[in-house]
Design a protein around this ligand. Structure first.
Ligand code: MN
Length: 303
């Protein structure tokens, strides 16, 4: 991720944004981290840039992107919150300080994390949600680059991610971030199972992709023949969700039948039910497996 790409993305989703703050944060961070390196051997600056890039995927505001660029300056360099407040704004100083404070929490066990530290986390959430978003993006990039860590550290970080950060991402409705974290955790917590499952899933991929394409087309045609305007897409289940299903229901991979899913996007609730109304004409329903998240939202508020 390069600075220019970050600037381009921000000006695409926020044409009036003050890009100067982002540029100054970049220069400040580059200077503060000068001579520091990631364990992978890359210049340290690649990390805050990647974190900022992840947050542009979420169309975050300028202060959040600047915070991402600065997020390790208090922790890893001699910069203070006061300095950041003076040079940038009190708000950015507080955001970076918040990210630093969360980073210092130690999650030793799941129980402890759920009690004391999890509460602290939630306190931070309620003060400014952007602190948590930067921390989640930070963790995502660290998980993506976990290969360069020692094996024992990999397992500890993956465990903590699965116990603490995945539930928070889920609560916040960050589905894409959550599933990527889960698959990365799976890879480091159960490397053998992960490899085996990844191979099994990859083996069926060409056939499955063709099946998805064929059925997207079929669904789209049938629904538009019924006068329903919609977009249809399909995807394979993630490795982690297949793994969980196998463990929970004690299945072999060959017995997991729903490793793919289709999504129909419509404009309003009435059309959702119109699509659902067509389903029994096309597929045979499995008793007790139909869930209505419009009438009964998920615990995280998902509808
Ligand atoms: Mn970091």
């Amino acid at each position: 991720m390069q600075l220019q790409e970050i600037l381009d993305r921000v000006s695409t989703y926020a044409p009036d944004a003050d890009l100067d703050v982002i540029m100054r944060a970049y220069l400040f961070s580059a200077k503060a981290h000068a001579g520091q390196f990631r364990r992978s051997g890359e210049p340290y600056l690649t990390h805050p840039l990647a974190v900022a890039g992840i947050l542009t995927d979420m169309s975050m505001d300028v202060d959040t992107i600047a915070t991402a660029l600065l997020h390790d300056t208090i922790e890893d360099t001699l910069v203070s919150q006061e300095t950041l407040a003076e040079i940038f704004s009190p708000e950015i100083g507080e955001l970076v300080d918040g990210v630093t404070k969360i980073g210092k929490l130690q999650f030793r066990s799941k129980q402890e994390a759920q009690a004391e530290n999890f509460r602290k986390m939630l306190l931070a959430i309620s003060r400014d949600i952007r602190v948590i978003l930067v921390k989640l993006a930070d963790r995502l990039h660290n998980m993506r680059t976990l290969d360069s860590m020692r094996a024992d550290k990999q397992a500890r970080i993956a465990r903590e991610t699965l116990d603490i950060f995945v539930p928070i991402a889920n609560r916040l409705g960050l589905g894409g971030l959550k599933t990527e974290l889960q698959d990365l955790c799976f890879r480091y917590l159960h490397p053998d199972l992960y490899k085996e499952l990844a191979r099994a899933v990859a083996d069926g991929a060409p056939e499955r992709d063709a099946y998805i394409d064929r059925n997207c087309e079929f669904l789209l045609k049938h629904l538009s023949d019924c006068g329903i305007e919609c977009e249809v897409s399909g995807r394979a289940k993630t490795l982690w969700s297949i793994h969980c299903k196998m463990v929970e229901q004690n299945l072999e991979f060959e017995q997991v039948h729903d490793i793919l899913a289709f999504r129909v996007l419509v404009d309003d609730i009435g059309e959702c039910y119109a699509v659902l109304g067509q389903a029994p004409a096309l597929f045979s329903p499995i008793p007790d497996r139909i869930k209505d998240y419009i009438a009964i939202p998920k615990a995280n508020g998902y509808r």
